[in-house]
Design a protein around this ligand. Sequence first.
Ligand code: BDR
Ligand code: CA
Length: 311
Amino acid sequence: AQPVIVDCDPGHDDALALLLAVGDPRLRLLGVTTVAGNQTLDKTTRNALKMLALAGVTDVPVAAGCDRPLVGDLSVAEYIHGASGLDGPDLDLPVAEVADVHAVELMRREIMGSTEPVTLVALGPLTNVALLLRRHPEVAPRLHRIVFMGGSTDRGNTTPYGEFNIVTDPEAADIVLRSGLPTTMIGLNVTHQALATAEVIAEFRGLGTRLGAVCAELMTFFASTYLREFGLADPPVHDPIAVAAVIDAAIVRTVAAPVVVELTGTHTRGATVVDLHGRTGRAPNVDVAVGLDVDAFWRLLMAAVRRLGAA
Ligand code: BDR
Ligand code: CA
């Protein structure tokens, strides 16, 4: 199985991504690290612990990382994910202890200790990942790839041109995109194709397990906030697509392209500027997802949740 570390800020879609990462036998989850984003760090960390506990996973360390972006203040997405960061289901259950090391240290240890190159899957603001690359450059040759959910080839969701994870910490994203490491971007242009429709929610419920019911309740809450904030009846399930792309590369179609983060724009700070047509003459630095096999994605996710529920 491929060794992976998931850095996340759960978050409804991060929660499903964690289930996919622990529920698919093709991945070996070395650790989960958390970052401030959808909610404050204490909440995203607690939510990660809750999802692992629900999935019956007790042997994966969870470490908390940065509690704010590299520059500026944190602005959470409570309007989407609620006061807890994971509103909807009743998630009152005993959880494991958080590791007594910083996320960046857990990442370093796991990457340096792995016999195989590790894939880093980043599902929140890139603060922890940027700090890792700056503080421990020795990890670079031991990384297989960084796959992140963030950005877009077109418009944004937090500002007209900025996607939440990149807008929350543009400097961190800039560090990652200029790192020279193999990087895959799973942006809104593909994640908005994977919608938690009423049929998807019914399928989760139909699994007949507690985990299936929790997924249904998570997506029902997520649907209500997406409807209120964006007028979308079926919410896009962003983060699990990054995990799915690691499990089976054929799930997304990518093109190599130059991507930069706008750091100074008057109205566009945090936008990902993706040069799909080679207009800038810059060398490609990112494999940009431009297509998604939506049915294959849902099959993967459902199979993982089914497998975990039966465990
Ligand atoms: C991203 O922002 C967060 O709200 C989601 O968890 C996802 O990672 C989508 O823009
Ligand atoms: Ca996220």
